[in-house]
Design a protein around this ligand. Sequence first.
Ligand SMILES: C[S@@+](CC[C@H](N)C(=O)[O-])C[C@H]1O[C@@H](n2cnc3c(N)ncnc32)[C@H](O)[C@@H]1O
Length: 232
Amino acid sequence: MACFFNPTTVKNKNSKQTRNKIPWPTKDAMQQVYEKNLWGSGESDFYSGEGSHKLEIVVPYIRAIKAFLRSFDKPISMCDLGCGDFNVGKELVKYTENYIAVDIVPELIERNKEKFKASNLEFQTLDIANNKLPTSECAMLRQVLQHLSNDEVKRVAEKLDNYTYVIITEHLPKGNFQPNINIISGQGTRLKKHSGISLLAPPFNLRVKEEKVLLSLEDEHGIIVTTLYRFK
Ligand SMILES: C[S@@+](CC[C@H](N)C(=O)[O-])C[C@H]1O[C@@H](n2cnc3c(N)ncnc32)[C@H](O)[C@@H]1O
């Protein structure tokens, strides 16, 4: 569940004006992000934010993931959990055997189905916290968990050991920080609380066979870190 501020103010017992937090399902929160361009707007109708479009962020990421995918003798299958506007994913499809891209926003998935077509590409509307995840050898979650509450991150994390490889990209604060401070799911991230996701730390305590940082990019807000986890 996500919480958004209800713009209508209500009077409390002492007749003081106060803002009321109304819980929203994460799907509604993410739909609102796209409808109101809360991650900015580009030339496209749906816009997943600077992290999905700025060349200095996207190009090194694609290079790193392409190198990982090409390190196998035979192409592997991928699922892209929280694929967004697919500006990044579209560059990776050709290096995979099969690519399943999912997102919680149905209108975005319908638009992606129209816009991006390949014989090995499939789109699905799915809530990764609450639905069964697609099967594949590798899963990628690029700047998705950073927008979710700890409760939802935990529900996703519990399913990740079904994959051999998981590639996670998260926006983290520079320097030392307390990981996994809880947030309400939605547009924002833990950066505003000087925190970021670490799946190996409590309360997630993910156990992995191997962990390798593939890419670290500094920007004005923090560091965007891409980590490869091996589970099998
Ligand atoms: C910041 S965007 C990143 C998009 C893409 N991964 C990229 O890097 O370009 C985060 C995406 O995660 C999706 N998302 C958030 N919660 C989700 C959930 N529970 N299930 C599936 N998708 C979700 C949002 O709708 C949004 O499209």
